[in-house]
Design a protein around this ligand. Structure first.
Ligand SMILES: Cc1cc2nc3c(=O)[nH]c(=O)nc-3n(C[C@H](O)[C@H](O)[C@H](O)COP(=O)(O)OP(=O)(O)OC[C@H]3O[C@@H](n4cnc5c(N)ncnc54)[C@H](O)[C@@H]3O)c2cc1C
Length: 343
């Protein structure tokens, strides 16, 4: 079995609320690893509204979703958290009192004394294009994310989509692909103009192909793709030979594996918590942010920060059962200031 990464706390969701949890836990000497399906930190803030102004973060009259994420990353620097991005936690099991083992879809194994679920509205998952039989090729020839660019070296790649992900991966994979075709349903792209210009330049130089249309079928055997059937915008039907298909059709939020972890759920999608600790029905497993529910719950970042602070107090009891916790202010405690690197 893969050697387990051992940590005090495993935070599922590298989101603003999870980042602030790193701060609260760090002040109490607990170390954290964070995992997120997205390939960047910030959750909804960074994925859904990175440039939108947020007006209700205390003492910050206005900040963008990305700005808030960046500021929190700066604030938690002293605590050296470890990030595992582009990975989904598939299972968690209790193996001690409390001690948990979590496994991700890339095969990483974590052992942590406590688990903090900051999984928000659930896992961001790629939208599957409506191509008959596509499931049979997923994971072998159809990929919704690029985990290792090297895996695509020398292959004939068909990238589908017109947004930033499709264009970014076109530009990144073009130098190592055997041949790369970008397929989009129209000649207007939603991606950053600079990426579109760079892609067009590659097409002009004959380094990649651009096709307009939609994939209507796949040809291959035993999960190995040979070609994609494409209906062009002019109605013509052709086939594009390819070893791998990479559709980038955006993301959708689904509860995902959280539902299978044996935690009590309300209405099948929210995790009830004790509001003095934000602990779930499983001792040692906490839920903060949009994923939890309690009387009066508001799905606000502000509320998630409060939940993280109270969670850390109870977490300390599990991680350091023999240590007494003394309440301290950052303004006046030299010990806290040392941890923050300011004293
Ligand atoms: C358009 C919009 C505007 C908003 N404006 C405001 C505002 O002005 N003020 C405000 O306070 N709030 C606002 N909100 C709400 C705010 O964004 C949420 O309350 C907050 O982002 C919730 O954060 P979260 O930590 O609960 O999780 P989320 O941001 O939902 O993130 C959850 C993360 O967990 C990851 N995840 C889930 N399951 C797994 C798994 N099994 N393994 C690995 N990773 C997993 C997901 O990929 C995701 O990145 C807004 C929301 C939206 C959509």
């Amino acid at each position: 079995m893969t050697e387990a990464i051992k940590t005090d706390v495993l935070i599922i969701g590298a989101v603003p609320i999870g980042l602030f949890a790193v701060f609260d836990l760090g002040l109490l000497d607990m170390k954290a690893h964070l995992i997120d399906i997205l390939d960047k930190v910030g959750g909804q803030c960074a994925e859904l509204y990175p440039e939108k102004p947020i007006y209700d973060i205390p003492a910050i009259p206005v900040i963008s979703g990305q700005g808030l994420t960046d500021a929190l990353m700066g604030q938690i620097k002293p605590f050296g958290a470890n990030f595992h991005l582009g990975e989904m936690v598939e299972t968690i099991e209790r193996i001690g009192d409390p001690l948990f083992r979590a496994k991700t879809d890339t095969g990483k194994v974590f052992e942590s004394k406590i688990i903090v679920i900051a999984a928000g509205g659930g896992s961001f998952q790629p939208k599957r294009p409506p191509i008959p039989g596509i499931e049979a090729y997923e994971g072998t020839s159809v990929f919704y994310a690029v985990r290792q660019m090297e895996a695509f070296r020398g292959k004939r790649l068909l990238i589908v989509g017109g947004g930033d992900s499709a264009l970014d991966w076109t530009l990144n994979l073009a130098p190592l692909a055997g041949r790369l075709t970008l397929l989009h349903r129209r000649d207007q792209f939603r991606a950053a103009p600079d990426s579109v210009n760079k892609m067009m330049a590659l097409v002009k130089e004959g380094k990649i192909d651009l096709a307009l249309g939609q994939v209507t079928g796949l040809q291959g055997e035993g999960g190995r793709l040979a070609a994609a059937v494409v209906k062009g915008t002019d109605g013509s039907v052709s086939s594009i030979a390819c070893d791998a298909l990479l559709p980038f059709f955006g993301l959708t939020m689904k509860l995902g594996p959280v539902a299978n972890w044996g935690i009590e759920l309300k209405d099948g999608e929210l995790i009830p918590v004790d509001t003095s600790t934000f602990e779930t029905s499983i001792p040692g497993v906490f839920a903060i942010g949009d994923i939890n529910t309690y009387p009066g719950k508001l799905k606000l970042i502000l509320c998630g920060f409060h939940e993280a602070a109270l969670m850390a107090q109870k977490a300390h009891r599990y991680v350091f059962p023999d240590k007494r916790l003394v309440f301290q202010y950052t303004t006046s405690s030299t010990s806290l200031q040392k941890k923050l690197g300011v004293a």
